[in-house]
Design a protein around this ligand. Structure first.
Ligand code: SAH
Length: 359
């Protein structure tokens, strides 16, 4: 393990944990409070910027190997539709991506929870990278802070209103850090987002969903369904062999929902694979009686998967059929696909090219 692996990361700590840390360095509680504000309100990139802290405290933290994880902005791409994709670099030189999606008076940020992903969903570009490592809570929240800074510069007055854990990675595979990031992001000194405006999206890891159900503060839950029967889901999302549709749905039926809350199901439409009217009928049957909505996502093509997006007519017919059968269904129009920022395209262009060459 390197010094950095063992290091305490200030950006990952709650206010209480920061106060405790500072006390261990012989400083009063208000110093912890100040330090926390520097990191989460002022978004300092290094402790040297925390100018009203005693030099002795900074030196003592530094001596103890305390770090303040900061991501570096490596690149920003801007789509014609207003979507922005940021490529961010971690201290150990890994690349991750986050996407800002304006939609009317909403601004949704899609954040990553892992470098790569361990799951092998056949249609997803990130899956092809494999898993490098989990992001720390600090790295998860820093995506939001950097996006806020970008907006302040390029679109003053625009605020991030919604947050979705739908970028690279499987958030429930990085459960503890994701939960810690939620504590940080909902704190009023930090990003001050309501948990009602935060959505965690999962492939359907049953133990993780059960664990999430037991948390006191729960974000909204989205589940990638992506097929209408086990036969097809086994192929497109091999995790289905472990947690088949009925087991997943039973777990979701037991998931405690707050009043007027619904589970979101996502359904990537793959031409000739899961896009028939029979599929629509089966999906409606699976979801009947659930407090839920269905987001239909036409497949976003990329060089790493053999699938195609269905025709406009097929997409419309599918959506209309499920809707007629009583399920609230929304079509997610692809955003930012000119800069490969749409769902399932996050894999860094360079890495994608390398992978394509290896095949
Ligand atoms: N691992 C989590 C979150 C990341 S994926 C999950 O699977 O839910 C976020 C969403 O993008 C999922 O619903 C996934 O099915 C969808 N997706 C992945 N690749 C896609 C692609 N190429 N086109 C359209 N949607 C895709």
């Amino acid at each position: 393990m390197s010094r950095q692996d063992k290091a305490v990361d200030l950006r990952s700590l709650t206010l209480e944990q920061t106060v405790t840390l500072v006390a261990e360095h012989g400083q009063p509680a208000y110093r912890g409070d100040q330090l926390w504000r520097w990191v989460h309100r002022n978004g300092v990139r290094s402790l040297d910027e925390a100018s009203n802290l005693p030099g002795a405290l900074r030196a003592s933290l530094d001596e103890a190997g305390v770090i303040c994880t900061a991501l570096e902005v490596a690149d920003v791409q801007r789509s014609v539709d207003g979507t922005r994709k940021m490529r961010l670099e971690t201290r150990d030189g890994r690349s991750i991506e986050t996407v800002l999606i304006p939609d009317g008076d909403k601004m949704t940020q899609c954040i990553s929870s892992q470098v790569g992903c361990a799951l092998d969903c056949q249609f997803c570009a990130t899956a092809k990278l494999g898993l490098t490592r989990n992001l720390t809570a600090g790295e998860i929240v820093d995506q939001v802070y950097l996006a806020k800074a970008l907006l302040a510069e390029e679109a003053p007055g625009q605020r991030i209103t919604n947050l979705v854990y739908m970028g690279m990675g499987e958030p429930l595979h990085n459960f503890d850090h994701v939960m810690q990031s939620l504590v940080l992001l909902t704190h009023d000194v930090g990003a001050n987002l309501s948990h009602r405006r935060i959505t965690v999206s999962t492939v359907g890891l049953v133990p993780g969903i059960r664990k999430l159900g037991k948390q006191e503060v729960r974000p909204n839950l989205a589940v990638s369904l992506n097929a209408s029967n086990d036969e097809v889901r086994d192929v497109v999302m091999p995790i289905n062999k472990k947690y088949p549709i009925e087991v997943l749905l039973q777990t979701l039926r037991e998931f405690p929902l707050e009043k007027r809350r619904r589970i979101t199901f996502e359904y990537v439409l793959l031409a000739g694979v899961n896009d028939t009217l029979d599929d629509a009928d089966r999906v409606a049957k699976l979801l009947r009686g659930f407090p839920c909505k269905l987001n239909v996502i036409p497949f976003n093509p990329h060089p790493l998967a053999p699938y195609k997006r269905p025709s406009r007519e097929t997409i419309d017919a599918f959506q209309q059929r499920v809707r007629e059968l009583g399920i609230a269904t929304y079509l997610r129009t692809p955003r930012g696909d000119d800069i490969a920022a749409a769902c399932g395209q996050l894999a860094n262009r360079e890495q994608q090219q390398e992978l394509v060459q290896l095949r």
